[in-house]
Design a protein around this ligand. Sequence first.
Ligand SMILES: [Zn+2]
Length: 146
Amino acid sequence: MSRKAKGRRATLMVSLAALLAMTAWAATSWLQARQTDVVPANPSDAQKQSGAETYPTLDPGLFKGEVREAYAVARKNPALLAALHCYCGCDRAEGHRNLLDCYRDQHGSRCEICTGEAIEAERLFEQGAPVEQIRDVLRAKFARGH
Ligand SMILES: [Zn+2]
């Protein structure tokens, strides 16, 4: 065999190996892509979750007075509360991400700050205040060193 022929053979082997590697890579990424768009094994779980998103907060009828009012705000205007921060410290104590989280359980009924914030936010919202302004007012009124 001439040196030239040997060289060509080696080149062929290398490209064959490269081709194999690419095929393997393509197959793996195809499999991974398939796995990510697999439907959840239990579709009722997904339904439950979206149901929880529709009615994430407790029934205002369970409470009285201002607390009831605050839970009613959460029902009526969840997007507003979700855009606001709760200054009672529940973000650190209970992992709340926003004021709406306070109304997903009884927390909002035991906390003057949560109640006050929701009612104040709704009042300002009704007056047409933009959410940035509502945020500023709540911070000034309820933050207390946070
Ligand atoms: Zn709170």
